[in-house]
Design a protein around this ligand. Sequence first.
Ligand code: NG6
Ligand code: CA
Length: 507
Amino acid sequence: MKRRITVFVTITLLGFLAACNSSQSGESNVDNSTPPNIVVIYLDDLGYGDVSAYGATQIITPNIDKLANGGVRFTQGYATSATCTPSRYALLTGQYPWRKKGAEILPGTAPLLIDTAQETIPKMLRKQGYHTGIVGKWHLGLGSGNVDWNQNISPGPNQVGFDYAYIMAATQDRVPTVYIENGKVENLDPTDPIQINYKENFEGEPTGKDNPELLKLTWHHGHNNSIVNGIPRIGYMTGGESAKWKDEDMADNFLAHAQTYVKGHKDEPFFLYYAMQQPHVPRTPHARFVGKSGMGPRGDVILEADWMIGEFVKTLEDEGILENTLIILTSDNGPVLNDGYNDQSVELLGEHDPRGGLRGGKYSLFEAGTRVPFISYWKGNILPVVSDALVSQLDLYSSLAELTGGEPSSSDSQNFLPALLGQSKDGRDNLVLEATSRTAFRQGDWVMIPPYEGNSVNTQVNIELGNAKEFQLYNLTEDQAQQVNLADQNSEKLQQMLTDFEAIRGK
Ligand code: NG6
Ligand code: CA
């Protein structure tokens, strides 16, 4: 590992002297025997236009901006999918999610999606001497089917590479609404065991559907099963009263655990996957942030998340390790306004454009589904730059392997470390985009979307999904908003892209 780090530091220093490109390497005398800590800050449903460093003017995110403007701000950074589970799967494994059966939005009772024999970023880094931790949203399944939430819950994050895990199982809107620390439900009273069922309710338990009088937040579509903390959820739960989370405290709780993790592991190289829950539904800002955005809960929780990020970075600084920590900040998929609760996200939006001028949103094959804020920051080691390199979260695996001397992914992940460090603007040549099991193909400046059955708009969330009877072809340089379908007039380009796409994707 030491040799690689030395090479890497050489490249970094050269990067300071000239806007050099990726081909530079060589040994130097710089002794950096301590590999950098690595933190991935992963937001949930944060859109390309939700951050002021990416052009938002109605929401100001000073702490994210500090990272974006002090590091590499990618303008063409992609999540691997337009929904959560597949993106998280790809991020951790370096494998395209469409290769994996069942990599789709999972219920809280789903078994672990990642094979325990599979390589993952934390496993790879562990071999390089890293301590590895996750704090926040998991949503990659737990157990092997039929989890008993009152026993040790396994396999889970601890079995796929994380030494420490403090998680919510699925999403904030899905049961079980409890925190799980290293396979154990926190604060569980054994005399009040938890049971979970996604098909039917438990006798005598109120639901969002039947008991609107118990709700402090009402549902718009879905989300009408068990009620926890006055909020109706997806799925049914009984028991575990003392273990249930209070949504309004979730952000502070995850931050506290992330900070404790950092303080506890600052003397060894660590990898922390800090998977924040904002601005996914239900949006439940702590009282300190209520009303702060003027945009209702969705805006408020973005400000809340930004504040948490500021506090987290401050902790790295206070512990004296900010200059030895590579921070990557990005989001698992694009934005959605009404995602199932009546939280006024549409009514109070005003002039704000969460999509940042892109078309579509969460669930969509259009750009806003997967193109997200993507930032790498390493104080004193990365010079501020705006990069238009085409990069994907899929590539973090091999890039972090290059950084630490680990084994690169044998799957789809490509090494773009020089781009991540702001020394090169070379990124991918192409990328397969995914949205709810459909795929499209980006190549150079072009995007090709094959024909798909199904509604062109998901009317519940009011998002264009990208489905059409005909092929779609867009040139993103001239038409970032994907308004002009060039498929007919560029049949040669279309055919060539289709051929290349099928070579990767299979017919
Ligand atoms: C959908 C939910 C949505 C959200 C999403 C997962 C309904 C009607 N909608 O099924 O609210 O939970 O799943 O989001 O239930 S993700 O970001 O975790 O992929
Ligand atoms: Ca998400």
